[in-house]
Design a protein around this ligand. Structure first.
Ligand SMILES: [Fe+2]
Length: 304
């Protein structure tokens, strides 16, 4: 049955050094959650952290791409103050702002909601010319189990592509649009109607940007695959029909299980991740429960 034999072509297990033994940090401890990415940080209070501790936290993000920091006690103003130490909190035009705190979007999943906000693999707001470098979610309420954020390391996704395909994709740009996630191209009417409970999208706000399909991280200098099925409509200069076969291949490769991690919340947890080198996914596996997060995104650079 040759048609059923899987080709084991991924080099993920040998192509990088897993972060099993993280560097020592002076101000907190870091416990990696997988060999691919993700870590839990313990021993830091984000309200009172020194500049040196914040610099270390950014280094931990460089090392692990996504961090979960438990047992925080952050008011909206304190969460914004923490975000400002990492860059400029970006206004997000597609959602209602928290009253009195325009930097914050409240993500609330009610027990009866069928579809999760962010329930597709994506990098945030890559329809912007300068997409956010970081996204943070502060957990107010979550189900007893479930509601994790999933992540996929896109350095590994790029580095494990066939060399010929990498060569073909060098210098290629993609079209990144809100059409798929918020517009007429979104998956179903139900998804759209659910999204409208959170968003103030209108067709006039449809926007798009061109970005390299493999972007270079400004800190590490490593290339990361930068396509996702929430925003990447096509390759520049090609139709959607012409683009879809290769896009589908890349989307599937991007979420290879060996590239992935999940981080679990409890009330008071703050998750933060680097959109420049990982995808994320809101797991909707908690029917009948409520989940409430405060979200802030921090402005990034134009992808190159
Ligand atoms: Fe997201």
């Amino acid at each position: 049955m040759p048609g059923y034999i899987t080709t084991f072509s991924y080099q993920s297990a040998v192509s990088h050094v897993p972060q099993f033994a993280p560097r020592n940090f002076k101000h907190f401890c870091v416990e990696p959650v997988t060999g691919a990415m993700g870590a839990v940080v313990e021993g830091i209070d984000l309200r009172t952290a020194s500049d040196e501790a914040i610099a270390e936290l950014e280094q931990a993000l460089v090392d692990h791409l996504a961090l979960m920091i438990h047992d925080q006690d952050l008011s909206p103003a304190e969460q914004i103050a923490f975000a400002r130490r990492l860059g400029r909190p970006m206004p997000w035009p597609f959602a209602k702002k928290m009253e009195g705190y325009p930097e914050i979007t409240e993500l609330i999943q009610e027990p009866h909601d069928k579809y999760a906000f962010g329930g597709t693999w994506h990098s945030d707001s890559c329809n912007f010319e300068q997409p956010p470098k970081y996204t943070m979610l502060y957990c107010i309420e979550c189900p007893p189990v479930g509601g994790d954020t999933g992540f996929a390391n896109q350095y590994l996704a790029w580095e494990t592509l066939d060399p010929e395909l990498k060569a073909e994709l060098e210098g290629v740009r993609g079209v990144y649009s809100t059409e798929l996630g918020y517009g007429t191209g979104s998956a179903s009417e139900e998804v759209q109607s659910n999204a409208t409970t959170h968003t103030i999208y209108s067709p006039e706000q449809l926007n798009e940007a061109l970005h390299p399909v493999a972007r270079t991280h400004p800190v590490t200098g490593r290339k990361a695959l930068y396509v996702n099925d929430s925003f990447t409509v096509s390759f520049e200069g090609k139709t959607q029909d012409e683009s879809l076969p290769l896009l589908r291949k890349l989307w599937a490769h991007a979420i290879t299980p060996e590239f992935c991690a999940r981080l679990r919340y409890t009330p008071g947890s703050l998750a933060i991740w680097d959109n420049r080198c990982c995808l994320h996914y809101a797991h909707s596996d908690y029917p009948g429960h409520r989940r409430h997060m405060r979200r802030i995104v921090v402005e990034g650079e134009k992808p190159v």
